[in-house]
Design a protein around this ligand. Structure first.
Ligand SMILES: *[C@@H]1O[C@H](CO)[C@@H](O)[C@H](O)[C@H]1NC(C)=O
Ligand SMILES: *[C@@H]1O[C@H](CO)[C@@H](O)[C@H](O)[C@H]1NC(C)=O
Ligand SMILES: *[C@@H]1O[C@H](CO)[C@@H](O)[C@H](O)[C@H]1NC(C)=O
Ligand SMILES: *[C@@H]1O[C@H](CO)[C@@H](O)[C@H](O)[C@H]1NC(C)=O
Length: 218
């Protein structure tokens, strides 16, 4: 009886650990003589306001007109607008916080190795926070590094996804002189807190992005 109980307990422990490791894959073993990076996200912070401007996915915002007055926004009432009524999503507007809108989205991802990624909404796809490649790494995109984040700020808890491409420009040297570069990805637990206005602030506990593949660089 005791044996059966402990067997059952063991099976339960096994199945629950299998579930929790399902999203936690391990890094590959690099080719002999090659270094392999460790990508640990030590701090993850995403702000998405309920009234942050979204000119990529929100048709209402895309079609909204604002009153451009001088170098700022005035009340968007055509009858009193002393400037020009323009689409808030047109390029060249003075700010990404038109009259009536809340603060723009921001994304901050800090890695333990010092890579710091700060992304601020700027209205076009390379800065499409939560939908892929972000400004995180964009600054040195010429070197090929891309950090892409996918997730939703609408739930209290959900699963975020991060893809990391190191890029040829950051290739590492193996003992025999060959250059190698890596990429990896991970699903991670994303927690969002919503205030009374449904502004979302999302964070994640420290997590590692496992290295899942390599490429020789010539
Ligand atoms: C337009 O009118 C608003 C008040 O309605 C005023 O605050 C603003 O300074 C005016 N702008 C210009 C360019 O005259
Ligand atoms: C929350 O959203 C409201 C409405 O858009 C905005 O006025 C306010 O500044 C936001 N608060 C924070 C802390 O971002
Ligand atoms: C950002 O917030 C808005 C407003 O709450 C929401 O509609 C949108 O889906 C959010 N974006 C993402 C990527 O979750
Ligand atoms: C270095 O070693 C790797 C395999 O470990 C091999 O593919 C590569 O061709 C080698 N480079 C040189 C310059 O010998």
């Amino acid at each position: 009886m005791v044996a059966i109980t402990s067997l059952l307990t063991g099976l339960l422990a096994l199945s629950s650990s299998a579930a929790s490791t399902a999203i936690r894959r391990r890094s590959i073993t690099p080719p002999e003589g090659c270094p392999i990076p460790t990508w640990t996200v030590s701090d993850f912070r995403w702000y998405n306001g309920s009234h942050s401007l979204d000119c990529v996915h929100n048709d209402v915002d895309i079609n909204t007109k604002g009153c451009l007055c001088g170098s700022g926004w005035c009340e968007p009432d055509p009858a009193t607008c002393n400037g020009t009524m323009v689409n808030v999503c047109w390029t060249g507007m003075p700010s990404y916080q038109p009259w009536g809108y809340g603060p723009p989205q921001t994304l901050d991802i800090k890695f333990a190795d010092g890579l710091t990624c700060h992304d601020e909404y700027i209205g076009y796809r390379v800065h499409d926070i939560g939908h892929g490649a972000s400004n995180c790494g964009y600054a040195d995109r010429g070197l090929g590094r891309i950090v892409a984040f996918y997730g939703s700020s609408n739930e209290d808890s959900s699963t975020g996804h991060l893809d990391y491409t190191l890029g040829d420009g950051h290739a590492l040297k193996c003992d025999n002189g060959s250059s190698i570069t890596y990429s990896g990805s991970v699903d991670f637990a994303l927690t969002c807190i919503h205030d009374a206005d449904f502004n979302a602030t999302c964070t994640a506990p420290v997590f590692e992005v496992p290295v899942l593949s390599y490429q020789w660089v010539s």
